[in-house]
Write a protein of this length. Structure first.
Length: 193
């Protein structure tokens, strides 16, 4: 069953609400813009798109860069969201990346590079090649907590983390073994759409 218009309107509202809360801490010149994919007059995908000019080779090489779900400013992008991809209707999930690359390839005079940081999805090289785009991947370690398991434990980190992770957490908080924990965040469920 296709998502209803009200479903997508509520998702757009959540993106706007996110912009009014978390993103207001970022200066207006660094805030990402809302990227909206449409098909047949309906919204089928959403993402945030930041931009920045990157200089390399001691400033001699300039790159106009776009950043998926990031601001493009390293000062603000030290943390990324868990799902750093494109929010898309299930029916469009496979096609949306091809559409993003086609759109980006058409920006000849406006942008040189597109960064997709923190993504678990590998970019399809055949699709990139079809649009005359190249790809350079950099793998970095990432740290995460399984939010489903954390929700089941009612926000108690000790039951979710391994013994080694708990020890590292205690050490980083300056707490000796057997002392009070660093604290446990409490999760609350978002209202259903």
């Amino acid at each position: 069953m296709a998502p209803s218009r009200s479903y997508w309107q509520s998702l757009i509202f959540r993106f706007v609400a996110l912009d009014l809360t978390l993103l207001t801490a970022i200066p207006p010149t660094s805030r990402p813009k809302l990227l909206r994919g449409r098909a047949n007059g309906e919204t089928v995908s959403l993402a945030l798109l930041g931009s920045n000019e990157i200089r390399r080779r001691r400033g001699l090489v300039r790159s106009r860069s776009l950043f998926l779900n990031e601001t493009g400013n390293p000062h603000f992008d030290s943390l990324t969201i868990e799902h750093n991809g494109i929010l898309a209707a299930a029916k469009w999930d496979r096609d949306i990346w091809d559409e993003l690359f086609a759109w980006f390839a058409g920006l000849h005079e406006e942008a040189d590079e597109l960064y997709v940081g923190g993504s678990l999805r590998r970019l399809p090289k055949t699709t990139l090649g079809r649009w005359g785009l190249g790809c350079q991947e950099t793998c970095l370690p990432s740290y995460s907590v399984d939010l489903y398991r954390l929700r089941q434990s009612e926000g108690e980190l000790n039951t979710v983390l391994s013994a080694t992770a708990r020890q590292k957490l205690r050490r980083s908080c300056g707490i000796s073994k057997g002392s009070v924990r660093c604290g446990s965040p409490r999760l609350r469920a978002l209202p259903r759409l």
